[in-house]
Design a protein around this ligand. Structure first.
Ligand SMILES: *[C@@H]1O[C@H](CO)[C@@H](O)[C@H](O)[C@H]1NC(C)=O
Length: 232
Protein backbone atom coordinates (compact mmCIF):
# COMPACT_ATOMS: atom_id res chain seq x y z
CA UNK A 1 0.00 0.00 0.00
CA UNK A 2 1.41 3.37 -0.96
CA UNK A 3 1.88 6.21 1.50
CA UNK A 4 -0.98 8.10 -0.17
CA UNK A 5 -3.41 5.20 0.28
CA UNK A 6 -2.40 4.83 3.92
CA UNK A 7 -3.07 8.49 4.59
CA UNK A 8 -6.49 8.27 2.97
CA UNK A 9 -7.25 5.17 5.04
CA UNK A 10 -6.29 7.00 8.26
CA UNK A 11 -8.36 10.01 7.26
CA UNK A 12 -11.41 7.87 6.51
CA UNK A 13 -11.12 6.07 9.85
CA UNK A 14 -10.92 9.41 11.66
CA UNK A 15 -13.92 10.64 9.75
CA UNK A 16 -15.90 7.54 10.70
CA UNK A 17 -15.13 8.02 14.37
CA UNK A 18 -16.09 11.66 14.18
CA UNK A 19 -19.42 10.74 12.57
CA UNK A 20 -20.09 8.05 15.15
CA UNK A 21 -19.39 10.51 17.96
CA UNK A 22 -21.66 13.22 16.53
CA UNK A 23 -24.44 10.71 15.92
CA UNK A 24 -24.17 9.30 19.45
CA UNK A 25 -24.34 12.77 20.97
CA UNK A 26 -27.36 13.67 18.88
CA UNK A 27 -29.12 10.51 19.95
CA UNK A 28 -28.29 11.12 23.58
CA UNK A 29 -29.57 14.69 23.33
CA UNK A 30 -32.81 13.57 21.73
CA UNK A 31 -33.20 10.92 24.38
CA UNK A 32 -32.63 13.29 27.30
CA UNK A 33 -34.70 16.15 25.97
CA UNK A 34 -38.43 15.88 26.78
CA UNK A 35 -40.51 17.14 23.89
CA UNK A 36 -42.78 20.01 24.92
CA UNK A 37 -45.83 18.16 23.73
CA UNK A 38 -45.25 15.35 26.21
CA UNK A 39 -47.51 15.16 29.21
CA UNK A 40 -45.48 14.52 32.39
CA UNK A 41 -46.39 11.16 33.92
CA UNK A 42 -47.37 12.77 37.25
CA UNK A 43 -49.74 15.29 35.65
CA UNK A 44 -53.38 14.95 36.72
CA UNK A 45 -55.33 12.90 34.20
CA UNK A 46 -56.88 15.02 31.49
CA UNK A 47 -58.84 12.83 29.11
CA UNK A 48 -58.52 15.27 26.22
CA UNK A 49 -54.71 15.19 26.55
CA UNK A 50 -54.41 11.42 26.49
CA UNK A 51 -53.02 10.46 23.14
CA UNK A 52 -52.51 6.87 22.14
CA UNK A 53 -48.87 5.90 22.69
CA UNK A 54 -48.72 4.24 19.30
CA UNK A 55 -51.04 2.96 16.64
CA UNK A 56 -51.05 -0.33 18.58
CA UNK A 57 -52.19 1.29 21.84
CA UNK A 58 -55.43 -0.49 22.63
CA UNK A 59 -55.83 0.83 26.18
CA UNK A 60 -59.40 2.08 26.59
CA UNK A 61 -60.16 5.75 25.92
CA UNK A 62 -61.87 7.61 28.71
CA UNK A 63 -65.57 7.38 27.95
CA UNK A 64 -67.59 10.45 28.90
CA UNK A 65 -71.33 9.71 29.00
CA UNK A 66 -73.56 11.93 26.87
CA UNK A 67 -75.33 13.41 29.92
CA UNK A 68 -72.05 14.48 31.45
CA UNK A 69 -70.80 15.91 28.15
CA UNK A 70 -74.06 17.83 27.69
CA UNK A 71 -73.99 19.14 31.25
CA UNK A 72 -70.54 20.52 30.61
CA UNK A 73 -71.51 22.01 27.24
CA UNK A 74 -74.82 23.49 28.39
CA UNK A 75 -73.32 25.19 31.42
CA UNK A 76 -70.70 27.03 29.37
CA UNK A 77 -71.16 30.79 29.09
CA UNK A 78 -70.99 30.68 25.31
CA UNK A 79 -73.83 28.16 25.11
CA UNK A 80 -76.02 30.14 27.51
CA UNK A 81 -75.41 33.38 25.66
CA UNK A 82 -76.43 31.87 22.35
CA UNK A 83 -79.56 30.24 23.82
CA UNK A 84 -80.56 33.52 25.52
CA UNK A 85 -80.09 35.31 22.21
CA UNK A 86 -82.40 32.84 20.48
CA UNK A 87 -84.99 33.12 23.27
CA UNK A 88 -85.08 36.89 22.77
CA UNK A 89 -85.49 36.42 19.02
CA UNK A 90 -88.23 33.77 19.28
CA UNK A 91 -90.08 35.94 21.84
CA UNK A 92 -90.30 38.64 19.16
CA UNK A 93 -91.81 36.07 16.77
CA UNK A 94 -94.18 34.98 19.55
CA UNK A 95 -95.18 38.63 20.15
CA UNK A 96 -96.16 38.86 16.48
CA UNK A 97 -98.59 36.01 17.16
CA UNK A 98 -96.67 33.63 14.88
CA UNK A 99 -95.48 31.16 17.50
CA UNK A 100 -97.53 29.59 20.27
CA UNK A 101 -96.79 27.27 23.16
CA UNK A 102 -98.59 24.47 21.37
CA UNK A 103 -96.88 25.07 18.01
CA UNK A 104 -95.33 21.92 16.60
CA UNK A 105 -91.96 23.39 15.72
CA UNK A 106 -89.04 22.18 13.65
CA UNK A 107 -85.46 23.51 13.63
CA UNK A 108 -83.63 22.54 10.44
CA UNK A 109 -79.81 22.39 10.41
CA UNK A 110 -79.94 22.98 14.13
CA UNK A 111 -76.24 22.39 14.82
CA UNK A 112 -75.73 21.49 18.46
CA UNK A 113 -79.29 22.55 19.26
CA UNK A 114 -79.16 26.06 20.76
CA UNK A 115 -82.45 27.02 19.06
CA UNK A 116 -84.10 23.77 20.15
CA UNK A 117 -83.19 24.50 23.76
CA UNK A 118 -84.36 28.10 23.39
CA UNK A 119 -87.81 27.04 22.17
CA UNK A 120 -88.06 24.38 24.88
CA UNK A 121 -87.06 26.91 27.54
CA UNK A 122 -89.85 29.17 26.29
CA UNK A 123 -92.31 26.45 27.19
CA UNK A 124 -92.99 24.95 23.76
CA UNK A 125 -93.99 21.34 24.19
CA UNK A 126 -93.26 19.94 20.75
CA UNK A 127 -89.84 20.92 19.41
CA UNK A 128 -87.85 18.87 16.90
CA UNK A 129 -84.29 19.61 15.85
CA UNK A 130 -82.50 17.97 12.92
CA UNK A 131 -78.97 18.17 11.57
CA UNK A 132 -76.69 15.97 9.47
CA UNK A 133 -74.85 15.03 12.67
CA UNK A 134 -77.03 14.20 15.64
CA UNK A 135 -76.57 15.77 19.09
CA UNK A 136 -78.82 13.81 21.43
CA UNK A 137 -81.14 14.60 23.06
CA UNK A 138 -81.76 17.97 21.34
CA UNK A 139 -80.98 17.20 17.71
CA UNK A 140 -81.62 14.07 15.64
CA UNK A 141 -79.92 13.13 12.43
CA UNK A 142 -81.64 14.05 9.19
CA UNK A 143 -80.73 15.51 5.83
CA UNK A 144 -82.39 18.93 5.44
CA UNK A 145 -82.82 18.12 1.74
CA UNK A 146 -84.80 15.02 2.56
CA UNK A 147 -86.65 15.56 5.82
CA UNK A 148 -88.00 12.35 7.37
CA UNK A 149 -91.41 13.88 8.14
CA UNK A 150 -94.82 13.61 6.55
CA UNK A 151 -96.30 16.62 4.78
CA UNK A 152 -97.86 19.21 7.11
CA UNK A 153 -96.24 17.79 10.26
CA UNK A 154 -95.41 21.18 11.80
CA UNK A 155 -96.83 24.68 12.32
CA UNK A 156 -93.50 26.39 12.62
CA UNK A 157 -90.10 25.81 11.01
CA UNK A 158 -86.89 27.68 11.67
CA UNK A 159 -83.38 27.65 10.25
CA UNK A 160 -80.34 29.80 10.89
CA UNK A 161 -78.27 27.86 8.36
CA UNK A 162 -80.18 28.26 5.13
CA UNK A 163 -77.21 30.08 3.59
CA UNK A 164 -75.05 26.98 3.98
CA UNK A 165 -77.53 24.68 2.22
CA UNK A 166 -76.02 22.73 -0.66
CA UNK A 167 -79.27 22.89 -2.62
CA UNK A 168 -81.18 25.93 -1.33
CA UNK A 169 -84.33 25.37 -3.39
CA UNK A 170 -84.55 21.76 -2.23
CA UNK A 171 -83.94 22.87 1.36
CA UNK A 172 -86.74 25.42 0.98
CA UNK A 173 -89.25 23.03 -0.56
CA UNK A 174 -88.60 20.43 2.13
CA UNK A 175 -89.15 23.01 4.87
CA UNK A 176 -92.41 24.09 3.21
CA UNK A 177 -93.55 20.52 2.74
CA UNK A 178 -93.09 19.72 6.42
CA UNK A 179 -95.12 22.78 7.46
CA UNK A 180 -98.89 22.78 7.07
CA UNK A 181 -100.75 25.49 5.14
CA UNK A 182 -100.98 28.63 7.25
CA UNK A 183 -97.84 27.61 9.16
CA UNK A 184 -94.77 29.79 9.50
CA UNK A 185 -91.23 29.43 8.13
CA UNK A 186 -88.57 31.68 9.66
CA UNK A 187 -85.00 32.05 8.46
CA UNK A 188 -82.19 34.10 9.87
CA UNK A 189 -79.40 34.85 7.41
CA UNK A 190 -76.38 37.12 7.50
CA UNK A 191 -77.56 40.72 7.31
CA UNK A 192 -78.59 41.48 3.74
CA UNK A 193 -80.59 43.89 1.62
CA UNK A 194 -84.09 43.61 0.18
CA UNK A 195 -82.87 42.17 -3.13
CA UNK A 196 -81.25 39.18 -1.39
CA UNK A 197 -84.33 38.73 0.79
CA UNK A 198 -86.46 38.68 -2.35
CA UNK A 199 -84.17 36.10 -3.93
CA UNK A 200 -84.44 33.85 -0.87
CA UNK A 201 -88.21 34.25 -0.61
CA UNK A 202 -88.40 33.33 -4.30
CA UNK A 203 -87.04 29.89 -3.45
CA UNK A 204 -89.99 29.29 -1.10
CA UNK A 205 -92.40 28.85 -3.97
CA UNK A 206 -95.23 27.72 -1.76
CA UNK A 207 -95.06 30.58 0.74
CA UNK A 208 -96.28 34.12 1.20
CA UNK A 209 -93.72 36.69 2.35
CA UNK A 210 -94.72 38.26 5.66
CA UNK A 211 -91.76 40.44 6.48
CA UNK A 212 -88.04 40.79 7.10
CA UNK A 213 -86.18 42.50 9.87
CA UNK A 214 -82.60 43.28 10.82
CA UNK A 215 -81.85 41.68 14.15
CA UNK A 216 -78.86 41.24 16.45
CA UNK A 217 -78.17 37.66 17.43
CA UNK A 218 -75.19 36.56 19.53
CA UNK A 219 -73.59 39.95 19.04
CA UNK A 220 -73.68 40.00 15.22
CA UNK A 221 -76.09 41.37 12.67
CA UNK A 222 -78.60 39.14 10.91
CA UNK A 223 -81.69 39.50 8.79
CA UNK A 224 -84.76 37.53 9.74
CA UNK A 225 -87.21 36.47 7.04
CA UNK A 226 -90.74 35.36 7.93
CA UNK A 227 -93.01 33.51 5.52
CA UNK A 228 -96.40 31.82 5.70
CA UNK A 229 -96.97 28.51 3.92
CA UNK A 230 -99.78 28.48 1.37
CA UNK A 231 -102.12 25.65 0.42
CA UNK A 232 -100.24 23.42 -2.00
C1 LIG B 1 -96.38 16.13 -0.08
O1 LIG B 1 -96.05 17.39 -0.58
C2 LIG B 1 -95.39 17.39 -1.83
C3 LIG B 1 -94.96 18.79 -2.14
O2 LIG B 1 -95.91 19.73 -1.78
C4 LIG B 1 -96.31 16.77 -2.87
O3 LIG B 1 -95.66 16.74 -4.12
C5 LIG B 1 -96.69 15.37 -2.44
O4 LIG B 1 -97.62 14.84 -3.34
C6 LIG B 1 -97.27 15.39 -1.04
N1 LIG B 1 -97.44 14.03 -0.59
C7 LIG B 1 -98.58 13.60 -0.06
C8 LIG B 1 -98.58 12.18 0.39
O5 LIG B 1 -99.55 14.30 0.05
Amino acid sequence: MGEMDRQIQVFLTKLSWACITVASFSLLLLFLQTPETCVPPDAPPKPHLRFPKSSCDFSPRVYVPVEKKNKRLWSSREWQKKVDSYVKFFKSIHDLGLLQKNSRSLCVSAGAGHEVMALTNMGLLDVTGVELIESPPLVSRADPHNLPFFNDSFNFAFSAHFAEALFPSRFASEMERAVEAGGICVLVVEECGDDVVKEIVGLFRNSKFIGSNNVTLFGSKWTSIVMETRNS
